[in-house]
Design a protein around this ligand. Sequence first.
Ligand SMILES: NC(=O)c1ccc[n+]([C@@H]2O[C@H](COP(=O)([O-])OP(=O)(O)OC[C@H]3O[C@@H](n4cnc5c(N)ncnc54)[C@H](OP(=O)(O)O)[C@@H]3O)[C@@H](O)[C@H]2O)c1
Length: 338
Amino acid sequence: MIRVAVNGYGVIGRRVADAVAAQEDMQIVGVVKTKPDYKARLAVEKGFKIYASDDKSSEAFRKAGYQVSGVGKDLVKEAEIVVDACPEDVGARNKATYEQLGKKAIFQGGEEHDVAGVSFVAQCDFDQAVGKRYARVVSCNTTGLCRVLNAVDKAYGIQKARVILARRAADPEESSKGPIDAVVLDPVTLPSHHGADVMTVLPHINVVSMAYKVPTTHMHLHSLIVSLKDGGATEDGVKEAFEGTTRLLLFEGKEGFKSTAQVMDYARELKRSRSDLFEVAVWKDSIKIVDGELCLFAGVHQEAIVVPENVDAIRALHGGYSASDSIRTTNKSLGIIK
Ligand SMILES: NC(=O)c1ccc[n+]([C@@H]2O[C@H](COP(=O)([O-])OP(=O)(O)OC[C@H]3O[C@@H](n4cnc5c(N)ncnc54)[C@H](OP(=O)(O)O)[C@@H]3O)[C@@H](O)[C@H]2O)c1
């Protein structure tokens, strides 16, 4: 059993903890929170040991009637591998502790590539992370783009990709975030960081991106225009390549999938925990090749897509697993059909 600690039990940490607990070769040794709020209660109800982030937080837990098992550093000592799911930049600060205690760690997409040195999407570069000390599971947007672009690149070769991202403004629980009634250019100065981030995983693909935030909480929507190397590429060939790609599902507008809302409605019927859609959603009937350029729409359930990646990253850092074995095992445990 690989002993895993989850440092940060929020949107991503909660999901990763459940996914790790569902693996036959892994166990959760504990989770770290700063506040004794309802998420701490949920962790206790699930049987996870809670650790406070530091002594001050420990005192807050004590006052709220919680028994904590120690502070974050104590948990790190107990673990073989830490999944750091703290907010942006906190992970980078935590690295000194992992380094000091000689523990392997997985960081999330809010951290820079250099924090880990390996940026990870299982089906693209699992082997790069095998046996390494650190890996960074890239952001939800980058994960979705990498799965799609890697499949197209393997089938036909990519000359360059141009991507526009309509980003969800906030996660569903974030009631204090906006915008409520605006489309926010994020950033105004182009390009956005997403293209460069894809290139931390797929450095040979030239990707330029633009992004804006829209008032929705459930998915990001990507519009892609991809120049292909192979002049013989066909739309059916692209669809076939996607059918054979793991963690990528095709949805058809003619079946009623007209927006992200119907995709999330479908996800609810999958009866997965929290209605999570771990797969990137590609609109099959958006796939068109015009003048050697492939155009398509893809959607990303931001809270869920990186969850299987974290599980595979644990196996990669641990060593002793092939990419295909890990992906197959993770998929089966999470109910991912292909
Ligand atoms: N949300 C997404 O859609 C999404 C998607 C992909 C990747 N990511 C990335 O995943 C990472 C985590 O994001 P998130 O959305 O899960 O954040 P989140 O919901 O805000 O959760 C962060 C968690 O970290 C805990 N925390 C804060 N400071 C801490 C500290 N100093 N030590 C230990 N724990 C601490 C918080 O505890 P308390 O609740 O007790 O304060 C909370 O449980 C970020 O790098 C983000 O960019 C997020």
